[in-house]
Structure formats: C-alpha cells, structure tokens
Design a protein around this ligand. Structure first.
Ligand code: IMP
Ligand code: MG
Length: 180
C-alpha cells in the first residue's frame, strides 16, 4: 500500500476555503457569477466553497482529460464532455480548480472559455504546484502552495482513488528507502 503523509489538515483546508470565499464575496458583490468547476478534482472544493458564498450564483462543470493513470501530465488536454449548458457570453465566469500543476489544463480551459466572450474571466485554485508550471496561468484567488510532489485527497486522486480523504496528503512511493 502507498504511504500517505499529511500536507494540509482538514482544518487548514477549511480555513483556507473560508478565506477564499471572503475574497470572492467581496469582489463579486452585486454580481451574479457563473462558477465553472473542473471535474472531477474540484467537486469537493466547489461544494464547500459555494456554500460559503452569500450571493446569487450559478454553477456548471467541465470535464477535461488530463493525467489518466500516470502522475505526470500527458500535455494533451481536451474537453471530454461538454457539460456546459448555460451560456458563457457576457457572464462573470469564475473557474474553480482543485490543483494547478503544469498549467496546461487551465490554460486550455481559459482559451476555450475566452472564445465564448464572457464579461469577465477569473480563476480560483485551491492548490498550486507553482514549481511544476510549464505554461503561465493567472490565478486570481489562490488557496495553498504545494511542493513539487504528487498529492491526493480533498478531491485529488491517484488512479481515481483517495478523492474522499478530508485533508491533502503526499502520496509516497512504494519501496522507497526510509530514513535515508
Ligand atoms: P496541469 O494541467 O498539469 O496543471 O494539471 C492539472 C490537473 O492535474 C488538475 O486538475 C488535477 O486534476 C491533476 N493534478 C495535478 N497535480 C496533481 C497531484 O499532485 N495529484 C492529483 N492530481 C493532480
Ligand atoms: Mg486525476
């Protein structure tokens, strides 16, 4: 079994989501944003965040292809399923992402959304692996910085597993020599 080492506790994540909700509430006061969550990783974050936003809003989700079974981005992104039904044009769009790693996924999504001519387009990302960036992407609301390690929990998976863990954990390699 892979070993899990805690990086952020449930409580640390909870207070970070609260802080992000306050920033978003302040900036979107009087507006009616459309939150677009990136499936599947952002589901838990979206669920927690949206309940702290005291304003009229709507939600949508997009499903993009990314890592498959591997831990390294394939570099190829596509919209796997066009779940978007609500119009993007002239809306204030806030993309909700779990983890930004290379930036390739988010860069693709932002380009795709921009072509639909939203009134505004911003990004809220809970976890940022900035050291892994290959494409620079704007993050307007940033939760927590994560070191260059593969993490799971709070929506993030490895091979579809561990999404249900309440905190964020580093997935340590099996058969790795300990205490070296
Ligand atoms: P990017 O295109 O490399 O920025 O990857 C973004 C996507 O890869 C995120 O939406 C996550 O679903 C996934 N991802 C990136 N890093 C990790 C990780 O450490 N654990 C689990 N999923 C990750
Ligand atoms: Mg994944």
């Amino acid at each position: 079994m892979p070993q899990l080492r805690v990086l952020f506790t449930q409580e640390e994540i909870r207070s970070t989501v609260g802080r992000l909700a306050r920033e978003i509430s302040r900036d979107y006061e009087g507006k009616n944003p459309l939150l677009i969550g990136v499936l599947k990783g952002a589901v838990i974050f979206m669920a927690d965040l949206m309940r702290l936003l005291d304003m009229p809003l709507e939600v949508e989700f997009v499903r993009l292809s990314s890592y498959g079974r591997g831990k390294v981005s394939s570099g190829k992104v596509r919209v796997v399923r066009g779940l978007l039904r609500l119009p993007i044009k002239d809306r204030d769009i806030l993309v909700i992402e779990g983890i930004v790693d290379t930036g390739i996924t988010l860069d693709f999504l932002l380009g795709w959304l921009r072509r639909k001519r939203p009134a505004s387009l911003r990004v809220c990302a809970l976890f940022d692996k900035a050291m892994c960036r290959k494409v620079s992407v704007p993050i307007d609301y940033l939760g927590l910085s994560v070191p260059n390690e593969f993490v799971v929990g709070y929506g993030a998976d490895w091979d579809e597993k561990f999404r249900n863990l309440p905190g964020l954990y580093v997935l340590e390699e099996e058969n790795q020599p300990q205490g070296a």
